[in-house]
Design a protein around this ligand. Structure first.
Ligand SMILES: [Fe+2]
Length: 192
């Protein structure tokens, strides 16, 4: 099954709820790709020996790896951490997360600054490009085990919005514009 993503209803309800719009408005994988978000479906039971994971890591240079367990019982300052993860931010590098157990939501802004909620579950691996505004929360199951990958020494520093002058933000916006122009151009060509 493909990953599920949808446009969010913004209200003050618990961030761990799905926040679907009414009617529901789902977002396709190709729409996420337009934003620079990458996705793979892998076998989470076999991450030690998974050739596909090995190939992704090799081809993208993800030599660093660790694990992050998030749940109220195991995580120190759980509520505070969750609040920080849910503060809108960017990073100077990609954010690469592979869900091994449990589930959670990555929210990303689309080109019109609308929130898209991406529901990751066991076996979902996603890459958020450097410079994309995003945030993370657990869902109401309150548990996720994530593999974190990185190129070289990891830097997890979040830069909270606004970051319009940050080099990663600038180059993200430029790439996004180019992607959208290219797409419009190819649609126009097809129409002729
Ligand atoms: Fe982040």
């Amino acid at each position: 099954m493909a990953i599920e993503a949808w446009y969010m209803e913004e209200n003050s309800e618990d961030q761990r709820l799905p926040h679907h719009r009414n009617p529901q408005e789902f977002v396709s994988l190709s729409k996420l790709e337009e934003l620079g978000v990458l996705y793979w479906r892998l076998n989470p039971k076999n991450y030690d020996n998974d050739e596909e994971l090995r190939n992704i890591r090799e081809s993208r240079g993800y030599n660093y790896m660790d694990f992050l367990d998030l749940c109220p019982e195991k995580t120190e300052n759980y509520e505070e951490k969750l609040k920080n993860f849910y503060t809108e931010h960017i990073h100077a590098n990609e954010e690469i997360r592979y869900c091994l157990e449990g589930s959670g939501y990555f929210d990303v802004r689309d080109k019109d600054d609308r929130w898209i909620r991406i529901w990751i579950k066991e076996g979902d691996m996603i890459v958020l490009p450097a410079g994309i505004y995003h945030r993370f929360t657990l869902d109401t199951d309150n548990y996720v085990k994530l593999m974190r990958l990185f190129v070289g020494e990891p830097v997890w520093t979040p830069f909270n919005r606004p970051q319009e002058e940050h080099p990663a933000r600038k180059s993200y916006v430029m790439n996004l514009m180019e992607n959208l122009m290219e797409e419009r151009f190819s649609v126009a060509l097809e129409a002729h």
